[in-house]
Design a protein around this ligand. Sequence first.
Ligand code: IPE
Length: 266
Amino acid sequence: MILIKLGGSVITDKSVPLSFSKDVVYKMGEAIYGLSESEPVILVHGGGSFGHYYSVQYDMHTKPRRYSLDGFAIVRNSMVKLNSLILDVLAQCGLRTYCCPPSVLVYSNDAPYHDGSITNKYNAIPERVQELQTIAKSGMCPVLYGDAMWHKDKMSYILSGDVIMSMLSEMLHPRLAVFTMDVDGLYTSMESKKIIPKVDAQRLAEFNITDDTQKNDVTGGMVRKVRAATEISSNGVDVFFVNGKKPDRLTNILHNKYAGTYFSSD
Ligand code: IPE
């Protein structure tokens, strides 16, 4: 099984509110369809210029709080719209999508969120996650997404697709977890734009990873992705960061060839 995150920076144009990148999603969909005939795939997509746009406007974050209920409703609706656009395009590529809002998977009284460098214990409902696996193995392609989530006492929080990737990896142990993004992988620095081809836990400490690229991103942009990738690879799952706008590279990774940045599980 393979888990693939369709990053918000790939599926939308983050600089233009509510802009869906249909052609890019179509090309990734074709690459994924090619694979899904022989191996189960679960997809997770981000919020990009839909969910992120509104969560910034309403100052909503990953930590559960009493955010604006108007904002909560608007962010959630925007993700349903984006998800619907994505499902249509993936269906055109031949994928039998199985739409799964993340609230189906998590208990609402204990939010999974990253606080500093610590991820609190995941609270996914095990039977639901196992069911997703069964659905994927039966030839359908579950599609989840980052979302605004209900929490107890009128609180809400933003659940990032990256956290969903960590959660599913921990419970399902896929062959690969792939994060698509709008850059070629992890850079040594924003100035040099030199790609780091392979990362292991020790090596990661050598790099000074900053969040230069996505300042307005409530779920933490590249820093959070690196954190999720490190967490997933330390649980024994190989992780790749790859440019989703270059679908050949995605195809290469899905067929065991290197591209982008590889987080080794060794
Ligand atoms: C965020 O999901 C979802 C919302 C803001 C509602 P992600 O954090 O996974 O989104 P991207 O991939 O960074 O855009």
